[in-house]
Design a protein around this ligand. Structure first.
Ligand SMILES: [Fe+2]
Length: 268
């Protein structure tokens, strides 16, 4: 992937997204959320590829994947007024349709185009299936980490905005902000089990699920970023007190430290 292709795609992205803004505060807040998320995931991706040492061409490829990974979100919101895939459509698949409809990737070498499509199509799988070649898998694992990194920022920011000024909060609220949490979810995170989304009842449950993402992070570099940005400290600040939360907190922080230490030993 050439650098100037990346710049062209950025231009296309900006023009495309502009078309979704209108007079509705609710709609605009949602479009803005995903526009910023896409650009921030691209920034996180630039950090990751730099840390793992990809060359300029592969770095550009990874950044294109990052910028386009949620390209389906805009059409999803226009059609369904929600970002809930279960109640609407799989936004990853819709994104691939959008890219094809506008012939966005026509200038890209077919092998790279395949990688872009696979990585986008798989970015929101619960866990990444193994039926892909190693090179495609590298990019699929990268986008999954970069995406999660920025989702930490999004949920932390949005929750603070909501607390500060609930009247002027214009984003859809999927769960009530009630006290307590669901014990099965805490248990699943502690034991590395897959969480059934139907069990989620409130924001604390959602936060536990997201805290559990650290176990799914593919690259130690992503965990370094989590530590550096203090995402988990901020997530735990929102959680209720108690022994169980303290226990999971210690376990998660120990895990991060161990993974980072292990990767540094290997590199050294
Ligand atoms: Fe997504």
């Amino acid at each position: 992937m050439r650098q100037n292709q990346l710049a062209e795609f950025q231009n296309w992205f900006d023009r495309y997204v502009k078309g979704f803004y209108g007079d509705d505060i609710f709609v605009n807040a949602h479009i803005k959320l995903k526009e910023k998320h896409s650009l921030e995931v691209k920034n996180q991706m630039r950090y990751l590829v730099n840390e793992i040492g990809l060359d300029i061409s592969d770095s550009a490829l990874a950044e294109v994947i990052a910028m386009f990974h949620d390209i389906g979100r805009f059409e999803q919101f226009r059609q369904y007024q929600t970002y809930n895939d279960v109640r609407s459509v799989n936004h990853a698949g819709l994104g691939l349709k959008v890219l094809r409809k506008y012939d966005v990737l026509n200038s890209v070498d077919p092998t790279e185009r395949h990688i872009i499509e696979q990585a986008i199509g798989r970015h929101n799988q619960k866990s990444l299936t193994t039926d892909i070649d190693e090179r495609t898998s590298l990019f699929a694992r990268l986008i999954r980490d970069a995406d999660k990194l920025d989702i930490f920022r999004v949920v932390i920011t949005e929750h603070m905005n909501y607390k500060r000024d609930p009247e002027n909060f214009h984003l859809e609220i999927e769960f009530p902000d009630t006290p307590g949490f669901t014990p099965e979810i805490l248990d699943a995170v502690l034991n590395g089990k897959v969480i059934d989304y139907n069990l989620l009842k409130n924001w604390n449950d959602m936060r536990l699920l997201q805290i559990g993402w650290v176990y799914d992070m593919n690259f130690a570099a992503a965990l370094k970023r989590v530590r550096q940005q203090k995402y988990l400290e901020q997530m735990f600040d929102f959680m209720p007190d108690g022994d169980q939360i303290q226990h999971i907190r210690r376990q998660v922080f120990d895990y991060i430290e161990n993974r980072i230490r292990h990767s540094e030993n290997k590199a050294g």
